[in-house]
Ligand binder design. Structure first.
Ligand SMILES: *Cc1c(COP(=O)(O)O)cnc(C)c1O
Length: 507
């Protein structure tokens, strides 16, 4: 029986001592409800009207100054903070949700996933594992993604922050599987130097990853590409043989399913055969290209399903808000073999129990670097269920078709020069002008790109192909329509003519 109050002592005053009770919950939930509803309304309206705004605008000096304040020691009402967000933060975004944003490889997100992120933050689940619905949701989406990518049912997978993290995880697994010694115990210094093979078009994550793994940048063997920017498989074979002969220890071949520059897709089946022939791990970077598996033309990325590990983003061509990437490994054990602590080193505070919340293993924390993990899976689950994979696949197909459409506009226009094949959803081109040398054309196109962005018409980005400056559109945008590409081409012609003077415009 709990102790009874002594009837002779005075009744206790409620304790209002902030040292003993200092919750951050509001004293009155009313304003949270009101402002929260307003936020949902505003953000739905913001998405609904995105086409009416400029693609991008620079942050004005006055706003920059307001976003450089002293530490806010005392709080203010939520309404006031939200007002500042509405006036100074919301209008000056990257612009990637706009229908005419095709720079770098950015995603557009979706309304459903936006709402899911709010729900996930409210639940604030810890996704190391545990007996909870959120773990089942992550397992569920991984099962779906494995099926969609043609991976075996018992393959391993985990959601991560993005393509860089997912690709690093792929090489981490390769390193454990193919180093030939206990690399987890001995580190990079337990045997011969480890090397990896990837085309010269591979994204710069590979250098970050090799630096992070302690292999150094020199571990990356940059293999030349053919005229279509695909890896030269014979050159790759020769490089592996030469390194082996020199006493190095090759561990992995990295194939690209959609290079960042031009969307080139390596011959992944040939790379699989080469990996088998040389007993190496095949990792495929499908950061955005892997999603072509959901289009009507999955053969574009044929062979990615044969990889030992496949990395891809859902925040690019999966149209989900940042951040969410995926790493799958064919072997059910490759991820735990890489990241799970050996039994002798399993810390007591992380051991699983026979009942209660830590029943079972801490699945996800054993499959990757992160221990504290958020509920990214919810937006994947809700968006896939609400949109349906067929509809997502149609949006991906539309982007592939739009790239061909834009390529056609470029080819039909004598003032424009297409600089790479349209192999997936990327189009690289430039504006031509008479009387300009190569340097002059580079400079002209650099200025055209800046003007396009600053006018807010459209946001392509840039790259260098064969030493020459290219305007580059990578279409991972479910809001783009055919007319948006007409607008782009018209703007490029108009700006190009203006920058080169009236004589050129009259040509
Ligand atoms: C974007 C991208 C990456 C890096 O992925 P993040 O999600 O930005 O970390 C790697 N490879 C390719 C081909 C990409 O397009």
């Amino acid at each position: 029986m709990p102790p009874q109050p002594d009837p002779t002592s005075p009744p206790m005053e409620p304790i209002l001592d902030l040292r003993l009770s200092a919750t951050l919950d509001p004293a009155d939930w009313g304003p949270v409800r009101t402002v929260g509803r307003q936020m949902v309304d505003d953000m739905v309206g913001y998405l609904e009207t995105v086409r009416d705004r400029p693609t991008w605008q620079s942050v004005p000096a006055a706003v920059r100054a307001r976003l450089d304040e002293a530490v806010p020691r005392e709080g203010q009402p939520l309404e006031a903070v939200y007002d500042q967000f509405r006036e100074q933060v919301l209008p000056y975004a990257t612009g990637n949700i706009h229908p005419r944003f095709w720079g770098w490889v950015m995603g557009t997100g979706s309304a459903t996933a936006m709402l899911a992120d709010m729900l996930a933050s409210g639940m604030n689940c810890h996704l190391a594992g545990y007996d909870q619905s959120a773990s089942l949701v992550e397992m569920q989406v991984l099962t779906w993604l494995k099926a969609l990518m043609g991976f075996p049912e018992d393959a391993s997978g985990v959601l991560v922050s993005g393509g860089t993290a997912a690709n690093l995880d792929g090489l981490m697994a390769a390193r454990v599987a193919k180093a030939g010694y206990d690399v987890r115990e001995a580190g990079a210094f337990g045997g011969p130097p480890l090397t990896v093979y990837a085309s010269s078009e591979t994204h710069s994550w590979i250098y970050k990853a090799c630096e992070a793994m302690g292999l150094g940048r020199r571990a990356v063997r940059s293999i030349p590409v053919d005229g279509d920017f695909r890896i030269d498989v014979d050159a790759c074979r020769a490089a592996i043989a030469a390194d082996r002969a020199a006493g190095l220890r090759p561990i992995a071949i990295v194939g690209n399913a959609g290079t960042v520059n031009t969307g080139a897709i390596d011959d992944l089946r040939a790379l699989r055969a080469l990996a088998d022939e040389t007993d190496l791990w095949l990792h495929v970077d499908g950061a955005y290209g892997a999603l072509a598996a959901l289009s009507d033309e999955p053969e574009l990325v044929a062979g990615q399903e044969l990889a030992d590990s496949l990395a891809f983003d859902l925040h690019k061509w999966g149209y989900l808000p940042y951040e969410v990437g995926v790493i799958l490994t064919r072997s059910p054990h490759a991820q735990t073999a890489t990241y799970q602590a050996p039994p002798s080193a399993m810390p007591a505070y992380l051991q699983s129990a026979t009942g209660g919340i830590s029943t079972g293993t801490t699945y996800f924390a054993d499959r990757g670097m992160s221990l504290s993990r958020g509920f990214k899976a919810l937006k994947v689950w809700m968006a896939m269920k609400e949109q349906g994979v067929t509809r997502i696949g149609k949006a991906i197909q539309a982007n592939i078709d739009q790239a061909r459409y834009l390529g056609g506009l470029v080819d039909a226009d004598p003032m424009l020069d297409r600089m790479a094949p349209v192999s997936l959803n990327a189009v690289c081109f430039r504006y031509l002008a008479k009387g300009l040398d190569a340097e002059g054309l580079d400079q002209l196109n650099r200025e055209i790109l800046i003007t396009l962005q600053e006018e807010g018409v459209a946001v392509p980005s840039q790259t260098i192909l064969g030493g020459r400056y290219a305007i580059r559109c990578c279409i991972t945008n479910h809001r783009s329509r055919a007319e948006d590409f007409d607008i782009l081409v018209d703007a490029v012609r108009r700006i190009g003519a203006r920058l080169t003077g009236p004589a050129e415009a009259l040509r």
